[in-house]
Design a protein around this ligand. Structure first.
Ligand SMILES: Cc1cc2nc3c(=O)[nH]c(=O)nc-3n(C[C@H](O)[C@H](O)[C@H](O)COP(=O)(O)OP(=O)(O)OC[C@H]3O[C@@H](n4cnc5c(N)ncnc54)[C@H](O)[C@@H]3O)c2cc1C
Length: 463
C-alpha cells in the first residue's frame, strides 16, 4: 500500500480519542516522532497520543478501517527506531506512565508508556524492584517485550521471565489479558517476541527485595592496564555470587567530575558493579576491585538503588547518532579480551564504547522454551556501541562497530539480542535472536495477528 500524503479524516480520529492527535507541522508531532537515535528520521502520517486503553482501541480500529499502517512508541529508545514508521499512524503511549505497587502481593502494575525510572521510583518506596535495564530513560514496553536484562538479571532472569501478566489491544481492537491463566499462548509470545502481537497497555511485574541501598558504581583505570583489569574481570565475574553483576567497558574518559581532568579524553578501562544484596557483604565482595592497581577514579560505593539505575543516563543522551553491534557470549576468553582491547584502541568517537555485560545465572537455569527470548546459554552480552554527533562521521563510526563485531563474533553463542539489533540487520539476525522460538512465535502470530498488522518491528511472519 502506498501511504497517502495526508491523514484521512483527522477530525474523526480526534473525536474518538481522549488524548491529542498531532498532524505534521505541529510541535507535538515533532516531539512524538523524535527518537533517542538521531540516525532515524521518519515521518508518520499522524500521531495519536493515547491516554489509556480506550484510546488505543479507538486508534487501532480507526487505522484498520482505513487500511493505515500502525506503529507504536513506548520510550522511543530502540536503536533501530522501530517505534516510528514513515506514513503510519503512530500510537504514542508516552503519556501513559502510571505505576501502582501492591507491596503485599509484590507486584507492580505499570502502564506501557513508563520509563524504567518510573517503575524504580515507585517500587523503591517499598524497598522492592522489578528486573529492568541499566538506563533509566529506556521504555519498559520495548525492553520487556524483547527480553530485558539489567543488574538483577543474574538473580532473577530476563525481565520477560518476571512478567506476571499484560493487557493487550489485539489487531482486531479487543482488549485482552495475557497471563499464565488467560490466553497463555499470547502471554508466551509477548515475553520476548517484541511488539508483534498487539499494543500492550499495561505490564505486571514480579517484585523483589532490593535496596533502598546497594553497593554500586564504577572503578576506572588507564587503558594501558586493560590486560590486567580484564583478567580481574574474568576472575571476579566467574566466581561472583548472583547478587553481583559486573560490566567491563573501554572508552575515552568522559569529562565526568569523578575522573581527574588529566585523563579526560584519554582511553580508559572501567568496571561497573552492582551488589544488590546486603550492602555490608557487597563492600566485602567488591573490595578486590577497589584495591586493584592504581585506579584513576572510583565511585563504587553504597548508594540508593534508584540512583545506580540512573548512573549511566548522562552517557546516553537522546539525539546523538548511535550504531550498535552485539552478540551473546558463553564465557570470557583471554583471546576475546585481547580483541576487545584492540578494537577499543580504534574507537572513532569520544562517546563510543565496547562493553561486556554479565547476565549468567537464573536465566540459564530455565528451560529453553520458558519464553521466546530463549538464549539460555548466554552468560555475557558483547555490545559494540558507536555513539557520535555529526552525520558526516556516520561511515567512520559504523565501520568501526562492524569491524570490531565481526572480529569478536566467533567468540559468541551464535545468538544475539533482539533489542540491540540495528536498522540494517535483516531477518537472519532476528532468527539468530529468537532461534528455536521463531516457529512457535509464527504460529501464535497467525492466531493473534494473521494479517500482520503489527509489522513495523523485527517482524515475525504469521505461519
Ligand atoms: C541507552 C539505552 C540503554 C539500554 N539499556 C538496556 C538494558 O540495560 N537492558 C536491555 O535489555 N535493553 C537495553 N536497551 C535496549 C532496549 O531494551 C530497547 O531499545 C527497547 O526497544 C527500548 O524500549 P522502548 O519502549 O524505549 O522502545 P521503543 O523504541 O518505543 O519501541 C521499541 C519496539 O517496541 C515496540 N513497542 C513499544 N511500545 C509497545 C507497546 N506498548 N506494545 C507493543 N509494542 C510496543 C515498538 O513498536 C518497537 O517495535 C537500551 C537501549 C538504550 C537506547
Amino acid at each position: 500500500m502506498v501511504a497517502p500524503e495526508a491523514p484521512p479524516d483527522p477530525d474523526a480520529l480526534k473525536a474518538l480519542l481522549r488524548g491529542p492527535v498531532f498532524l505534521p507541522g505541529s510541535a507535538g508531532y515533532e516531539e512524538s516522532r523524535s527518537l533517542w537515535n538521531a540516525m532515524i528520521d521518519r515521518r508518520p502520517l499522524a500521531v495519536a497520543r493515547c491516554l489509556g486503553a480506550a484510546d488505543v482501541i479507538a486508534a487501532v480500529k480507526f487505522a484498520r478501517e482505513r487500511d493505515l499502517l500502525l506503529c507504536m512508541k513506548g520510550g522511543g529508545h530502540n536503536i533501530a527506531g522501530l517505534a516510528v514508521a514513515d506514513g503510519a499512524l503512530l500510537l504514542d503511549l508516552s503519556l501513559m506512565r502510571g505505576v501502582w505497587v501492591d507491596p503485599r502481593a509484590r507486584v507492580a502494575r505499570a502502564q506501557a508508556g513508563c520509563l524504567l525510572g518510573d517503575v524504580d521510583r515507585e517500587t523503591q518506596v517499598h524497598g522492592l524492584a522489578a528486573v529492568l535495564g541499566f538506563v533509566s530513560a529506556t521504555g519498559i514496553a520495548g525492553l520487556t517485550l524483547g527480553g530485558g536484562f539489567g543488574y538483577l538479571t543474574r538473580r532473577f532472569g530476563w525481565t520477560s521471565d518476571n512478567v506476571l501478566g499484560m493487557d493487550v489491544v489485539t489487531a482486531d481492537g479487543r482488549l485482552v489479558r495475557a497471563s499464565e491463566g488467560e490466553n497463555p499462548d499470547l502471554f508466551w509470545g509477548l515475553r520476548g517476541g517484541g511488539g508483534n502481537f498487539g499494543v500492550v497497555t499495561g505490564i505486571d511485574y514480579a517484585l523483589f527485595d532490593v535496596g533502598p541501598e546497594v553497593v554500586g558504581g564504577l572503578v576506572a583505570w588507564p587503558a594501558s592496564e586493560a590486560p590486567e583489569v580484564l583478567g580481574l574481570y574474568r576472575a571476579v565475574a566467574e566466581a561472583a555470587p548472583a547478587e553481583l553483576t559486573l560490566v567491563a567497558l573501554m572508552r575515552m574518559a568522559p569529562p565526568a567530575p569523578w575522573l581527574p581532568k588529566g585523563i579526560h579524553g584519554k582511553p580508559i578501562v572501567a568496571l561497573l558493579a552492582c551488589y544488590s544484596g546486603d550492602p555490608a557483604e557487597g563492600e566485602r565482595v567488591v573490595a578486590p576491585i577497589k584495591a586493584f592497581g592504581k585506579p584513576v577514579g572510583d565511585i563504587l560505593v553504597r548508594r540508593p538503588y534508584a540512583q545506580l539505575q540512573a548512573l549511566l543516563d548522562a552517557t546516553q543522551p537522546k539525539g546523538r547518532r548511535y550504531y550498535w553491534k552485539s552478540e551473546y557470549l558463553p564465557r570470557i576468553e583471554p583471546a576475546l579480551c585481547a580483541k576487545f582491547t584492540e578494537h577499543a584502541a580504534r574507537i572513532a568517537s569520544p562517546h563510543s564504547a565496547v562493553i561486556l555485560f554479565q547476565i549468567g545465572g537464573a536465566l540459564n537455569r530455565l528451560p529453553a522454551e520458558h519464553s521466546p527470548v530463549g538464549n539460555r546459554d548466554a552468560r555475557y552480552v558483547l555490545n559494540v556501541a558507536g555513539s557520535w554527533e555529526r552525520a558526516e562521521d556516520d561511515a567512520r563510526n559504523t565501520e568501526w562497530a562492524r569491524a570490531a563485531w565481526s572480529d569478536m563474533r566467533p567468540f559468541g553463542t551464535g545468538g544475539t539480542y533482539l533489542n540491540f539489533l540495528t536498522e540494517d540487520e535483516g531477518h537472519a539476525r532476528t532468527e539468530a535472536a529468537l532461534g528455536r522460538s521463531l516457529e512457535r512465535l509464527s504460529r501464535s502470530k497467525a492466531k493473534w495477528d494473521p494479517e500482520n498488522v503489527f509489522r513495523t518491528n523485527k517482524n515475525i511472519r504469521p505461519a
